[in-house]
Design a protein around this ligand. Structure first.
Ligand SMILES: [Fe+2]
Length: 388
């Protein structure tokens, strides 16, 4: 049995890595990039700084700055028109997962045509698109190092999972200084997303020795630093650890897949517009409790990597602490309940069969250590609804 590992060709990692953008374009033989970003990146000055760096190096860079959170097929169209109207040879994505996922989708649509529904799983998209250079500004979705993009089909409220080599960025610039301005809420949500990637990759049925090592390294970086980054946004050491942890967790899950938390999270995001990391956080304790019995030793190893138990503690002790920590983390990071977020109970309950079906169709629940059927997923959604 072998495992095919796929990574970006270049990862430029560290404080000030964004300065290397012109050099990276040169190495990739690209001269005419289109920057895909969002209004917040313009407001914070990150987009202007990047275009200044390129201009100083003698490169011009057109900008599309209207990407949406949780991108839809429709939201891609204005950017696609701009992309088609010019002679661009690369896309630079600057922002959180939404900007990076948008650029990955555009890269395929421009090069291969069609619509995103043509590219969703079970199809595996190994054809190359335009080169994408991803610059994450959150820690994070890990999208800079994954062969995955998520685009919502607004007509069905389905978050379409699109996978394959074609969605792997050619290069990633992993510069934690870009995360120093991230607000506490986003730090919490994206940080729990990254931690979830590490845990789900480690317990996934598709895990390998390679993904295990990336996942555990990610968990060791993320778990002790998430609270620090949340409470002290200028803690550079915590921000650096979170950023690298997020990328490593991305590498882990891109090569091992995510599992039931993500499978159930996407429909909540699509139907109720709960930010991705937040819906993961709402689900993580209950889904972990449901799944524990099928991978006791693996979850206990996660607990130890999080610093919750010693090698000499039993797996049961480690896992009891893991569940307690996941709940305590949500409380400290002020993760609301679904009702607290504003989801209406009647709408949530009415959509349960559809959400469970969409969760199963994504394939992610099949990677979970304990594989649920549709009724199990409905029961789990109800459990999550009723949790404090
Ligand atoms: Fe995620």
């Amino acid at each position: 049995m072998t495992h095919r590992i796929v990574l970006p060709r270049i990862m430029e990692i560290g404080a000030g890595a964004i300065q290397k953008m012109p050099d990276i374009l040169g190495v990739l033989s690209c001269q005419r990039p289109l920057l895909i970003t969002d209004p917040m990146m313009v407001q914070l000055g990150h987009a202007g700084r990047l275009t200044d760096i390129l201009e100083t190096a003698g490169l011009s860079c057109a900008v599309f700055a209207d990407t949406m959170a949780e991108p839809t097929e429709d939201s891609l169209q204005p950017a696609l028109e701009q992309l088609k109207s010019g002679d661009f040879d690369a896309l630079i994505a600057l922002g959180g997962g939404s900007a990076i996922d948008t650029a990955k989708a555009l890269a395929l649509l421009e090069a291969r045509g069609g619509c995103m529904a043509d590219y969703k799983v079970p199809r595996i998209v190994d054809e190359p698109g335009l080169p994408v250079i991803a610059i994450p500004t959150t820690a994070g979705t890990g999208s800079e190092a994954t062969r995955v993009t998520i685009i919502t089909d607004a007509s069905t409220d389905e978050k379409m999972l699109c996978m394959g080599l074609g969605f792997m960025p050619m290069a990633a610039i992993i510069d934690f200084e870009l995360t120093l301005t991230v607000p506490a809420r986003v730090t919490a949500d994206t940080g729990i997303d990254a931690l979830t990637h590490g845990i789900e990759a480690y317990v996934s049925r598709k895990a390998s020795l390679f993904s295990d090592e990336q996942a555990l390294a990610a968990i060791r970086l993320l778990a002790p630093n998430l609270r620090k980054a949340y409470h002290n946004p200028n803690d550079r050491a915590a921000r650096e650890a979170m950023m690298l942890g997020s990328t490593l967790a991305g590498i882990a899950f891109s090569n091992a897949s995510v599992a039931l938390v993500h499978g159930m999270s996407r429909p909540i995001g699509a139907h109720f517009h709960v930010p991705h990391g937040l819906s993961n956080a709402m689900l993580l304790p209950a889904i972990t409790e449901y799944s524990l019995s099928a991978a006791t030793a693996r979850y206990a190893t996660c607990a130890r990597a999080m610093g919750l138990a010693r090698e000499t503690d039993s797996d049961d002790v480690a896992n009891t602490r893991l569940l307690a920590e996941l709940r305590a983390l949500n409380a400290e990071l002020k993760v609301p309940t679904l009702a607290g977020f504003g989801v209406k109970e009647s709408e949530f309950m009415a959509l349960l069969p559809v959400m469970a079906e969409q969760a199963l169709a994504s394939g992610s629940p099949g990677n979970n250590p304990r594989v649920p059927v549709q009724e199990d997923i409905i029961d789990l959604y109800k459990t999550v609804w009723h949790q404090e």
